[in-house]
Design a protein around this ligand. Structure first.
Ligand code: F6R
Length: 582
């Protein structure tokens, strides 16, 4: 969320700023901007949307000759996402970028307005710029010290002053900001990964220390007194910079989920008409492989509840089956990569049979994205870990949007608003998942049971666990267990029971009791509290959103089990990210 970059040196910083902003993209943002400064002028370029939009805008402009600049990716807090609210903000002689939230912004704004300041944006950031400008009477440090005394909240700031084309100021309180040191080039950034291609030397900044950077060096002061800080060397390499401090992409990608879910909701919540209307079709076929197929199974549950006829199959079967197409059939192809050979073959079979096709796909411009009649992008960004996490979740979110479109219900929209926050809260409990993983990592067999949508979730939870940890794991329809598999249950066998489906929860609990009485160790994952010792209680939310809160908990457990077993988490053996052969 929000990223800062500032740079002063000898070359024009535009490309450095853009490169850093791209590296900060993973934090999530809705707009971005840069400010460039030389002796005569300041140039500010901002854009709503992607860094690529900002890049395009920059490429269309005459860029001033300069060697000082600041840049920012914004995640809206005060004021909606818009170009006006995007950073940098400029008031009088002061231009700055900001991360964090100023809690007393409205109080300060009122005071400044009484003094005649006119504000352009709805942001708390512009208030800081106005405050510094108000205090600035020729001495920047003094103005910053006074500002620090007035503002309450969290902030990291990179600041340019019109009067000083050779100085960049920065300070922080509760929000991260690092000073990067190179030969004749100095940086401030919220994330070392943003500047690692330029330098691995950095200085940590203390709270409310004011740092002044010139192209010849830097100085730090606090309350007017000089502060000495040593230069440290980061062990981050440019290659793993995009890991952003995580040990594995799988965890980084799980942690991106709340922001990505939020972004997709923002895009569609008031614009469901951007999505195709499935109600016009008499029959829906859903096709995919592996996790994409399981996402489809969740979707099948949604659509059937909406009264639609749905068939689902794995692509490697569908392509060879004698599929009977009704005239009015839609085939939904789900794929992260958009290049899975079997899914492509299934798509081409549908096209050959002259039925409509819809791609739910992550990689734009992939074969599936190009050849389907309709496409909906999951917008998960690049997924590096072989085991899918974030892309899966966004596939399910899109399926839930499509289901809402068939059968709108206002509770859904209400719950949609809290989905990303609920997800974040769940993911914040990493210590809890780790403890659970510690208790089961030595198992040889693990089972997952559930009914209806909970069975689909079980399949994904089981796949995630087995593919990254190499523990044998299987998922069963809870009612099917007693028709054979129950013979495998013995003392100590771990059984996850997924219990979110209100219509079948009591039945699944009965099935869980059956395995407990044969020695199984239960792990309950459900929306109602229970007396089982091992339990993950998931907040109850609209049924069409519920799986989005359950699967990430299972992803976390799979990750920590694999971690504990010393597995190659991001690249499990025998697996490839994109399966382009049959
Ligand atoms: C499991 C996983 C795979 C993919 C499957 C389909 O974690 O990633 O099961 O879901 O290989 O790949 P895509 O979605 O690229 O078609």
């Amino acid at each position: 969320m929000c990223g800062i970059i500032g740079c002063i040196g000898y070359e024009n910083p535009t490309n450095i700023l853009l490169d850093a902003l791209k590296r900060l993209e993973y934090r999530g943002y809705d707009s971005a901007g840069i400010a460039l400064k030389n002796e005569k002028e300041i140039q500010i370029i901002k854009s709503l949307g992607k860094i690529s939009d900002l890049e395009k805008k920059i490429s269309e402009k005459m860029i001033i000759n300069c060697s000082l600049g600041i840049g920012h990716t914004r995640w809206a807090t005060h004021g909606e996402p818009s170009e006006i609210n995007a950073h940098p903000h400029r008031v009088g002689k002061i231009t700055l970028v900001h991360n964090g939230i100023i809690e007393n912004a409205s109080f300060l704004k009122e005071k400044l307005e009484k003094k005649g300041v006119l504000f352009q944006s709805n942001t708390d950031t512009e208030v800081i710029a106005a405050l510094i400008n108000d205090y600035y009477k020729g001495n920047m440090e003094e103005a910053l010290q006074k500002t620090i005394k007035d503002i309450k909240g969290s902030y990291a700031l990179a600041i340019i002053n019109d009067d000083e084309a050779d100085k960049l100021y920065a300070l922080r309180c509760e929000s991260p900001l690092i000073l990067g040191v190179s030969d004749g080039e100095f940086f401030v950034t919220s994330d070392m990964g943003a500047i690692i291609s330029k330098t691995n030397k950095y200085v940590l900044l203390g709270e409310n220390e004011i740092v002044t950077l010139t192209r010849n060096g830097f100085s730090i002061t606090k309350d007017g007194k000089k502060v000495e800080r040593s230069v440290e060397v980061s062990e981050l390499s440019d290659v793993d910079a995009s890991l952003c401090g995580y040990e594995h992409y799988m965890m980084k990608e799980i942690m991106e989920e709340p922001v990505l879910v939020h972004n997709l909701i923002q895009k569609y919540k008031d614009n469901m008409d951007l999505l195709p209307d499935l109600d016009q079709y008499d029959m829906i076929h859903i096709v995919g492989c592996g996790s994409a197929y399981y996402a489809g199974m969740i979707g099948k549950n949604f659509f059937e509840e909406d009264g639609k006829r749905v068939e689902i199959d794995v692509a490697s079967e569908y392509r060879y089956r004698n599929v009977i197409y009704d005239n009015n059939t839609l085939v939904i192809l789900i794929s992260q990569s958009g290049e899975t050979a079997d899914t492509i073959a299934a798509m081409r079979k549908a096209i050959k049979n002259k039925v409509d096709t819809l791609a739910i796909v992550n990689v734009d411009d992939s074969t599936i994205a190009r050849e389907c009649k309709y496409k909906i992008l999951t917008e998960a960004g690049r997924e590096v870990a072989v085991a899918t996490t974030k892309a899966f979740l966004l596939q399910v979110l899109i399926l839930s949007f499509l289901s809402y479109k068939i059968n709108p219900d206002k509770d859904y929209l209400k719950d949609l608003k809290k989905l990303s926050q609920n997800l974040k809260v769940l993911l914040d409990k990493s210590g809890f998942y780790k403890k659970l993983a510690d208790a089961i990592y030595h198992q040889e067999d693990v089972f997952f049971i559930g009914r209806r949508v909970d069975y689909a979730i079980s399949l994904e939870g089981s796949l995630k666990l087995k593919e990254v940890s190499y523990i044998h794991s299987d998922a069963y329809q809870a009612g099917e267990l007693k028709h054979g598999t129950i013979s495998l249950i013995q003392k100590g066998t771990v059984v996850f029971a997924i219990v979110t489906d209100q219509a079948t929860k009591d039945k699944t609990i009965s099935n869980l009791e059956e395995v407990i009485s044969r020695g199984a160790v239960p792990i309950y994952v459900g929306t109602d509290d229970c007396s089982y010792e091992n339990k993950i209680i998931i907040p109850k939310i609209n049924t069409k959103l519920q799986p989005i809160l359950v699967v990430p908990a299972l992803q976390m457990i799979a990750y920590y089990v694999a971690y504990k077993r010393g597995c190659n988490i991001d690249k499990p053996k025998n697996l490839a990210k994109s399966v382009t052969v049959e």
